[in-house]
Design a protein around this ligand. Structure first.
Ligand code: ZN
Length: 190
């Protein structure tokens, strides 16, 4: 699956909007991503998960399990794990710290793929990697459907993304789109 094919799947479900947006952070941007809108379609979620699994396995071999941070990564871990034929786990926050709950177990020496829907800073992937290593597991690679850092996030392990985007965001007073007279809209409001 090429980057264009991936982005077209996102566009078709409204998960990637192009225009002039006011983000929750208050910053303005020319693109808006909402992965849940593509992952709500099981066929698309399955196709994207299978493509990510294939790319990661070709790069580094098969893991013993796949793990993601909740909530955004859960469906991605599930679909990647389905394709590889291994367990799909998720870590969730308790008192602000990601951890394994619900009886999920990682045996010492087990090898993991850590996946997410979108890498924005790499922070959640890194925290999930720490969950794996604290339990004695080994992180083989990190993967995401979209990397919106332009490939800059360094996680210390091989990384795979189906699409790499560089999406700058600006304070309104510095926004080049505002300067052209265009009005920023809140995503989902049209
Ligand atoms: Zn603007």
């Amino acid at each position: 699956m090429t980057q264009d094919e991936v982005l077209n799947i996102f566009r078709q479900s409204g998960a990637l909007l192009e225009g002039h947006f006011r983000l929750t952070s208050g910053l303005h941007s020319d693109r808006y991503l909402q992965c849940a809108l593509v992952l709500q379609h099981p066929l698309q979620a399955g196709a994207l998960g299978a493509a990510l699994a294939a790319r990661m396995c070709a790069l580094i071999g098969k893991p013993d399990f796949v793990i993601a941070p909740a909530l955004g990564g859960i469906l991605v871990a599930h679909e990647v794990a389905r394709e590889v034929g291994v367990r799909g786990l998720f870590a969730e926050r308790q008192e602000g710290v990601l951890q394994l709950r619900r009886g999920f177990r990682i045996e010492p020496g087990e090898k993991a793929f850590v996946v997410e829907d979108v890498v924005t800073t790499g922070g959640s992937t890194k925290e999930t990697m720490d969950v794996v290593t604290r339990a004695g597991g080994i992180v083989l690679a990190a993967g995401s459907l979209i990397d919106r850092t332009g490939g800059r996030a360094d996680l210390g392990v091989p990384r795979v993304a189906l699409a790499v985007l560089d999406i700058p965001a600006f304070p309104p007073e510095e926004c080049p789109l505002c300067r052209t007279g265009s009005q920023a809209i809140k995503p989902g409001s049209r």
